[in-house]
Design a protein around this ligand. Sequence first.
Ligand code: HEC
Ligand code: HEC
Ligand code: HEC
Ligand code: HEC
Length: 121
Amino acid sequence: MWKIFERVGLAVGIGLLWAFSLCVAQPASKFTADFHGQEGLQCIGCHGETKPTTPTGGDACVMCHDGFAELAKRTENLTPNPHSNHYVAATEPECIECHQGHHADKVLCVDCHSGLKFEKK
Ligand code: HEC
Ligand code: HEC
Ligand code: HEC
Ligand code: HEC
């Protein structure tokens, strides 16, 4: 009887190891909130509460991040520069208009420039 349990235990163990190695092999998530989670930043960092149930506003980002002028230096290798262009200058959009919390980033510019991409110089 115990032999069966040992075998089951071993099978579960191998299963877990296999599952674990799969997890490790998975690429890091591309979504903004997941990336912050991987960096050890909790839900409260953006939402202001430990168990959020509603979306957060754009103010959440500027508590930790610099404004567009500083960000533009970080992305000056991209054309056009996502943080420095006529649209950002005119409207100062919220960060979350492009960097979604739990969805893939958007390029809000495509509303007018269809197919626009931020290419590496
Ligand atoms: C980097 C900032 C950030 C972090 C960290 C973050 N969120 Fe969010 N969250 C957002 C933003 C921005 C939105 C609104 C846009 C969206 O849903 O992508 C949002 C939306 C939500 C919503 C509303 C979803 C909906 O469909 O209306 C819930 C619930 C939520 N987050 C829960 C969480 C939980 C739970 C955690 C921690 C595990 C977390 N968030 C961590 C930024 C963040
Ligand atoms: C509690 C502090 C904190 C808050 C709040 C926060 N961030 Fe961050 N964020 C960080 C840190 C720390 C890093 C990693 C260092 C860096 O790249 O500046 C980071 C990195 C990033 C990156 C680069 C990720 C990458 O893939 O390289 C983006 C984009 C970003 N944050 C967007 C946002 C947005 C959008 C919000 C608001 C919804 C937000 N952050 C809110 C602390 C924060
Ligand atoms: C017009 C769209 C857009 C807006 C608005 C925007 N970003 Fe970005 N951001 C990008 C793109 C595109 C990149 C480069 C690709 C990536 O890392 O997602 C980027 C990159 C970043 C990075 C990583 C820079 C690095 O070193 O690689 C951070 C941090 C960041 N953004 C934060 C912010 C914050 C904070 C705001 C609001 C003040 C903001 N962004 C507003 C499009 C935008
Ligand atoms: C409401 C519509 C609209 C939006 C949204 C918009 N643009 Fe434009 N953009 C224009 C118009 C109109 C022009 C001038 C005519 C042209 O060159 O197509 C222009 C011109 C440009 C140019 C060339 C002229 C210059 O300023 O050097 C660039 C680069 C550009 N836009 C980038 C962007 C980026 C990046 C975004 C998103 C952050 C964006 N645009 C969002 C309408 C828009």
